[in-house]
Ligand binder design. Sequence first.
Ligand SMILES: [Zn+2]
Length: 253
Amino acid sequence: MKQLLLLLVFISLILSCGEKNEKENIKIFVSDSTEESDKSSISLEFVLYDSVTTSQVLIIRDKLEHNADRILDFFKIKPVDTFKIHVWGNYENYLIAQELYAGQRYEGSTGYVISSNELAMFLTDDIEETAEHEFVHAVSLRVDASNPRWLWESVATYVANEFIDPNEINYLKNSNYPTIAELNGDFNHGNFKIYDVGYLLSEFIIHKWGKEKYLELIKSSGDLRKVFNITDTDFETEWTNFVNAKYFKHIPS
Ligand SMILES: [Zn+2]
C-alpha cells in the first residue's frame, strides 16, 4: 500500500441561508497528494453538510485514494482533475438534495452520482463502501451514460468488489433466479436483487466473453444481442448454469 503524503486544506465557510435567516454550516475540505511519487490520480474535494466533520470523511479519502487508479484502469479512463464529494449527516436533508440533483427521492439509498466527477452520500458507518461504489458509477458514466439498471449496478458491485456468496442468497439457493427484466425494476418499487447478484452477472460475462467484450457491452448500453449475439433468455440460462456450476456444484442441465 503506497504511502500518501497529504496536504490538507480546510476551509470553513459559514453561509447564510437567505430565506429563513438560518445559518447553515458547509465545510469544504480538499485532499491532495504533495509528493510526485505518491501522487494519486485524483484529488478530492469534500463538501460537508449538517455538521459532518473532516475526520468523519477521512475514511472516504483513504478508500478512494487506494482504489482510484485500479478503478480508472479497469475502465481505461484518464482521471479528471477533481472529484467533488457531498456528504450529509441528516437523512432528510440528504433526500431533499437528492430530489434537486437526481429528480426524485430514493428512500433507503445512501449515495448516488450527480455527474461523472461529483458524488453525493449520506454519512453511515460504512460510508467508504458507498463511496467506492458511487465512484465506480461516476467513472462508468464516462464510458456510457445510458446503461440499463441491471448492468449499471452489476458493474458497480463487481468493480467495487461487493461479492455476495450465492450460498447466502436464499432465492438463488432455491433455484429462483431473477430475470434481466426483474433486475431492471425500479429502486423505488423495492427491486434490490441486483445488489445481491450484480457481481455474479459481471463475473459470468467476463468469464465467458472476457474483459474487452465486457467494456464493449457497457459502451453499447447493455445490448446483449448486438455484442454477444445472445437473447436475454439464453443469457439468463447460461448465467444460471455458470452460478450453479461454480457455487452450487450443479451439473448444468
Ligand atoms: Zn449503485
